[in-house]
Design a binder for this molecule. Structure first.
Ligand code: ADP
Ligand code: MG
Length: 397
C-alpha cells in the first residue's frame, strides 16, 4: 500500500483527536428502514477502533441521489439508529454539518464519542468538489480518514477536497482491505487467473474487458453482454438485450482474445420476462425470433464451473442472467457456487459488482468467497486501472 493507513498511525496520538471519517453508508432503504445493512457492518471496524482509542469520531456519508438540497427521504438519521445497534452505544446526530452549531457539538463530544452528520449531498458543492464546502466539513475535525471505498471513484468535497485540508489524511480499515484484495488480484494474480463478466450492458464494462484481457488466462462472459457477442457472431438473438452500436467492438474483441474469451454455448430463453414464464434451454444458435435470452444454460454453467475450478484467482463482476426474476437466477447461482467451491480448494475469489455482490449475499455464499467488495462502481474503476480520486488525495506512506 503506497498510501498512509490508519493502522500505521500511533494509536496514542488518536486520543482526544476529532477524526472526520468518510464512510459509505449509502444503504438501501424502504419507508425509513434500512433493508440491507452490509455497508453499515463494513464500516464498524474503523469506527470501533477510533472509539476504543479515545478519538471523537465524526462520520460523513452520502445517501442516494438527492437533487436540490435537503430531502427527508434521503436523510441519514435512520442510519444513525441502525448504527447504534451494531456499536452498542448512542450515536450523536449532527443535523447540519455545515452549521456553526455542528462544530460546537463536536467540540463538546466526549472521548470515544461517535457522531453521524446529515447526508453530504444535501449541501451544494459536494458533487462539484467545492473547496469551500470541504472547509466547513474540515472544521469538524483535526484529521481525516477515508473508509468509503464505494465512493472513492468520485471527486467530491467529502472524499477529495477535504483530504487536502485535514492532516493526516489516511486510508481506513475497509478501504485498506478492498485495495489489498482488488490490487493483489490484478497486479499479482496467482494463475490461472479467470475473470467472469456479466450484467446488462457491455458498454459499461468495455474498459474492464480491455483492461483485463492482457492479464487473464480466461475471461468468461455471461449476462446480456453475451448477446452482443452472439450478434457479432452472426447469430439470431431474438428480442434479447443487444447493443447494436457495440457489435463491431465485440467482433474485434473476439478476434483479439482468441480462446481466452469463453462465451456461453447456450441460453435459457423465454418470450416474456415473468416469474414462471414458459422457458426453454437452447443452444446459442437456436434462439427463435420473438424470444429473449435471460440466462446462461446449464451446459454453460458446467463449462464455466470447470474453468473456475481450475483457477487460482477469480474476479467476478456482473450476474449471468436476470437473477432478480427466477428461474433466470440459476446461471448466477451456479457461478456463485462454483466460486465457493474454488475458494474451498484454495483459490482467491473476489466479487466486485453491486448486483453480483447482492446475488452472492442473497444466496448466503458471501462468507464462502474470499472477498465481496462493498464498492460496485469503485471496484469497477479500480479493476479498469483508473486512479481513485478519494484514495489519490490521501497522504503517501
Ligand atoms: P453489477 O452491478 O454486478 O456490476 P450490472 O449492474 O452490470 O451488474 O448488471 C446487472 C443487471 O443485469 C441485472 O439487473 C440483471 O437483471 C441484468 N441482466 C443480466 N443478464 C441479463 C439478460 N440476459 N437480459 C437482460 N438483463 C440482464
Ligand atoms: Mg449494477
Amino acid at each position: 500500500m503506497s498510501k498512509r493507513t490508519l493502522a500505521q498511525l500511533e494509536p496514542t496520538h488518536l486520543d482526544g483527536q476529532r477524526v472526520v471519517v468518510r464512510v459509505d453508508l449509502n444503504v438501501p432503504m424502504s419507508d425509513g428502514v434500512v433493508t440491507d445493512d452490509t455497508r453499515i457492518r463494513a464500516s464498524i471496524p474503523t469506527i470501533r477502533y477510533l472509539h476504543d482509542k479515545g478519538a471523537r469520531v465524526v462520520l460523513l456519508s452520502h445517501l442516494g441521489r438527492p437533487t436540490g438540497g435537503p430531502d427527508p427521504q434521503y436523510s441519514l438519521k435512520p442510519v444513525a439508529r441502525a448504527m447504534e445497534k451494531h456499536l452498542g452505544f448512542p450515536v450523536m446526530w449532527i443535523a447540519d454539518p455545515t452549521s456553526p452549531e455542528a462544530a460546537a457539538q463536536v467540540r463538546h463530544m466526549p472521548r470515544g464519542g461517535v457522531a453521524l452528520a446529515e447526508n453530504t449531498r444535501f449541501y451544494p458543492g459536494e458533487e462539484t468538489n467545492d473547496p469551500e464546502l470541504a472547509k466547513s466539513f474540515a472544521a469538524l475535525g483535526d484529521m481525516y480518514v477515508n473508509d468509503a471505498f464505494g465512493s472513492a471513484h468520485r471527486s467530491h468535497s467529502s472524499t477529495e477536497a477535504i483530504a487536502h485540508l485535514l492532516k493526516p489524511a489516511v486510508v481506513g480499515f475497509l478501504m485498506e482491505t478492498e485495495l489489498q484484495f482488488l490490487g493483489a488480484a490484478v497486479d499479482n494474480p496467482k494463475r490461472p487467473f479467470v475473470a467472469i463478466l456479466g450484467g446488462a450492458k457491455i458498454s459499461g464494462k468495455i474498459d474492464l474487458v480491455e483492461a483485463l484481457l492482457p492479464k487473464v488466462d480466461h475471461i468468461l462472459i455471461g449476462g446480456a453482454m453475451a448477446c452482443t457477442f452472439f450478434k457479432a457472431m452472426g447469430l439470431e438473438t431474438g428480442n434479447s438485450l443487444v447493443e447494436l452500436d457495440r457489435v463491431e467492438m465485440a467482433k474485434d474483441l473476439i478476434a483479439k482474445a482468441g480462446d481466452r474469451l469463453v462465451l456461453p454455448t447456450g441460453a435459457v430463453i423465454a418470450q416474456k420476462l415473468e416469474p414462471g414464464a414458459g422457458t426453454r434451454e437452447v443452444a446459442r444458435d437456436q434462439v427463435p425470433s420473438g424470444w429473449s435470452v435471460f440466462d446462461i444454460d446449464s451446459a454453460s454453467v458446467k463449462v464455466f464451473a470447470d474453468i473456475i475450478a481450475s483457477a487460482k484467482t477469480v474476479i467476478w463482476n456482473g450476474p449471468m442472467g436476470v437473477f432478480e426474476t427466477p428461474p433466470f437466477d440459476q446461471g448466477t447461482l451456479g457461478v456463485a457456487h462454483a466460486l465457493a467451491a474454488a475458494t474451498k480448494a484454495g483459490a482467491v475469489t473476489i466479487v466486485g459488482g453491486g448486483d453480483s455482490a447482492a446475488a452472492v449475499t442473497a444466496a448466503k455464499l458471501d462468507d464462502q468467497v474470499t472477498h465481496v467488495s462493498t464498492g460496485g462502481g469503485a471496484s469497477l474503476e479500480f479493476l479498469e486501472g483508473k486512479p481513485l480520486p478519494g484514495v489519490a488525495a490521501l497522504d503517501n506512506a
